[in-house]
Design a protein around this ligand. Structure first.
Ligand SMILES: NC(=O)c1ccc[n+]([C@@H]2O[C@H](COP(=O)([O-])OP(=O)(O)OC[C@H]3O[C@@H](n4cnc5c(N)ncnc54)[C@H](O)[C@@H]3O)[C@@H](O)[C@H]2O)c1
Ligand SMILES: O=S(=O)(O)c1ccc(CO)cc1
Length: 258
């Protein structure tokens, strides 16, 4: 990297995994432009994290995307060095009971936003010889019961990542991370219910939920020169959950572990 500010864009960076990425990239010296709908949390990001700039924006709205990327390009004087496509939403519903509005919302927020941000950042990333990490999910590596819209959107992110790595791999690296069950508000239901948490953690070799910082560490590495020859991969960050089948435990043993 030669001189000047290194500029990163992080979507959904006001909370959870995105916020951990913003903190980590700031520690690594990046100026970070944060896109999120949550203006209250965004104000805290600007106040507390050095070199973080919050832009209230919805990743589904193309004018908002262009405003965020315009801010980043202005800071980087036409060059961008990192993009983290992290914004996401989920909804648990049986496929038979699902409706078109929810399906479109989940695909717009989780998948179409990766198209919009990547497309808008492409020239800047080419000029900066940057890297992109998109936050998919283990639900995109396998199927996920009651999460068909979410898991299909996340599978789309993984396929898009690989396609972009093939098209742009001489200049920009494109990789994905696939978190398992990470302790953020997306997992509030699991964290609040002792029995459910015990059942969930029983499926995870690590025996616990992951921390947002543990995902951010992998994201930061994928964006670093240390990963300079890593392109087009989807890395599970899931405490081993997607490694294979686990033997079911009797309920009493699960409760003891919880
Ligand atoms: N927590 C997990 O267990 C887990 C597992 C796998 C993948 N993921 C993925 O990680 C990413 C981050 O999730 P999280 O767990 O930190 O959740 P979170 O709810 O804590 O954070 C998501 C952030 O995205 C923002 N956001 C949502 N919709 C937006 C929109 N339309 N425009 C702009 N910002 C928007 C939210 O305001 C929030 O700040 C998501 O893509 C999620 O699918 C999470
Ligand atoms: O909605 S949940 O079933 O709690 C759920 C499980 C896993 C993931 C992983 O992305 C997201 C939501």
């Amino acid at each position: 990297m030669t001189g000047g500010a290194r500029v990163a864009v992080v979507t959904g960076g006001a909370n959870g995994i995105g916020l951990a990425c913003v903190r980590r990239l700031s520690d690594d010296g990046f100026t970070v432009v944060v896109a999120d709908t949550d203006a209250e949390a965004g104000a805290r990001v600007t106040a507390e994290i050095p070199r973080a700039e919050f832009v209230a924006s919805d990743v589904r709205v193309r004018q908002d995307v262009d405003r965020v990327v315009g801010t980043a390009l202005e800071i980087g004087r036409g060059r961008l060095h990192a993009l983290v496509n992290n914004a996401g939403q989920t909804a648990r519903v049986r496929f038979a009971d699902s409706d078109e509005t929810t399906w479109r919302r989940l695909h717009d927020v989780n998948l179409h936003s990766v198209f919009s941000f990547t497309h808008a950042c492409l020239a800047g990333l080419t000029a900066g010889r940057g890297a992109v990490v998109s936050v998919a999910s283990v639900a995109g590596l396998v199927g996920a019961e009651d999460l068909s819209a979410y898991s299909s959107a996340k599978a789309g992110i993984i396929a898009l990542t690989r396609s972009l790595a093939l098209e742009h791999g001489d200049v920009i690296r494109f990789n994905a991370v696939c978190p398992g069950q990470i302790a953020t508000r997306m997992m509030a239901r699991v964290q609040a219910d002792d029995e459910l948490r015990a059942a969930v953690t029983a499926q995870i070799p690590a025996g616990r939920l992951g921390r947002p910082e543990e995902v951010a560490g992998v994201v930061a590495w994928l964006l670093s020169d240390g990963a300079g020859y890593v392109n087009g991969v989807a890395i599970a960050v899931d405490g081993g959950e997607s490694a294979g089948f686990r033997r079911p435990k009797p309920a009493a043993a699960v409760r003891r572990r919880g």
